[in-house]
Design a protein around this ligand. Structure first.
Ligand code: NDP
Length: 324
């Protein structure tokens, strides 16, 4: 038996229950991992509320880091005692230990802690595909990052700046403004107090942005489109404020032949070759100092409900992990 968080029906943070669950030995192609850190992500909230469906009951969580404690038949790349991290489209991370397909697992470099490993998988790889595969950000690219003090937001600001981009970030408070600026944003907009479209126009002297990274959703749409120069790319990658309503595609024509995409990390890492290349690129960025995975805020696994409540009420900055 291992301790895990389980959800039996969609709802608020109170639906996250600490329970004992049985853990079988790993099946063929699987490894068993004893978690040392488990990443908390906004997608865990979408699942919990039912915005993204999940088969009930389930154990939440898509990423973690820990030690391999058992290896299933046919697994050659990992052995007992290996330090590893993983990201998986399947659920099950909020637990002391779990079985998972070896195809989702990577060796964790010695230079990174388990806590950093848990954070870098979902958030770091998301930033990798957003900046390197969705829009190829380079010197002089004008970028708008919404929620620039968040977990993904800070990493986006830092790596985009390191690539030579001009980075504007929006944030929900003055305290968060300082954090986004430290992360790499040259200009920060308090979008709860200011009209962010007007501010982007002023800051860019009317040139607007080449790409907008929008994980906020309903509250920033369609303003995000108005921040784009002709032929700019609107990247809608999340809905922290709620999903955006369906819109007429002619809007993209009216606002300057814009492009729009709604990507997911899981599509980008579906092929192991792509996954490995993305991990390599991210680790290279960490080594070169283009991406900093700060030690995240850590909480006991049993406090998952408190962590969810803080994340969805906009109280958090940066990344959080649960420690079993
Ligand atoms: P964050 O740490 O960024 O937390 C969400 C932030 O969104 C809040 O701190 C808040 O910042 C902002 N926000 C704006 N409006 C609201 C609202 N009404 N309620 C709550 N928050 C609001 O979370 P993550 O780093 O985990 O994720 C950021 C986004 O990236 C999410 O939308 C997530 O779904 C998305 N994502 C998408 C992936 C993909 O592949 N498509 C993969 C990974 C993440 P502020 O106070 O500054 O406004």
């Amino acid at each position: 038996m291992v301790k895990a968080i389980r959800v039996h029906r969609p709802g608020g943070p109170d639906e996250l229950h600490v329970e004992d669950v049985t853990l079988a030995p790993p099946g063929p192609g699987e490894v068993q991992i004893r978690h040392r850190a488990i990443g908390v992500n906004y997608i865990d909230i979408y699942r919990r509320t039912g915005l993204y469906p999940a088969e009930l009951p389930y154990i939440p969580g898509h990423e973690g880091a820990g030690q391999v404690v058992a290896v299933g038949e046919g697994v050659d790349d990992f052995e007992e005692g290996d330090r590893v991290a993983y990201i998986s489209a399947g659920l099950g991370a909020y637990s002391e230990a779990r079985n998972i397909s070896a195809a989702a697992v990577i060796h964790l470099p010695k230079s990174l802690s388990y806590e950093q490993g848990a954070v870098m998988m979902l958030k770091g790889l998301t930033v990798q595909y957003l900046l390197r595969r969705t829009y190829r950000v380079k010197k002089g690219t004008r970028v708008l990052v919404h929620a620039g003090a968040g977990g993904v937001g800070q990493l986006l600001c830092e790596w985009a700046r390191a690539l030579g981009a001009k980075v504007i970030a929006t944030v929900g408070s003055p305290e968060k403004a300082a954090v986004a600026e430290k992360a790499g944003a040259q200009d920060v907009i308090l979008y709860r107090d200011e009209n962010f479209v007007e501010r982007v126009r002023d800051i860019s002297r009317g040139k607007l942005c080449d790409v907008v990274y929008d994980g906020v959703g309903r509250a920033t749409f369609p303003g995000s489109l108005d921040c784009l120069a002709p032929f700019g790319l609107f990247v809608s990658f999340g809905s922290a404020s709620g999903p955006i309503d369906a819109f007429d595609i002619n809007l993209l024509a009216q606002k300057g032949s814009l492009f729009a995409t709604r990507p997911t990390l899981f599509a980008h890492i579906a092929k192991r070759k792509d996954y490995e290349e993305m991990v390599e690129d991210m680790l290279h960025a960490i080594k070169r100092g283009h991406l900093t995975i700060d030690p995240p805020h850590s909480f006991p696994l049993a406090d998952a409900a408190k962590v969810h409540a803080a994340l969805e009420s906009r109280q958090t900055m940066g990344s959080m992990v649960l420690i079993p």
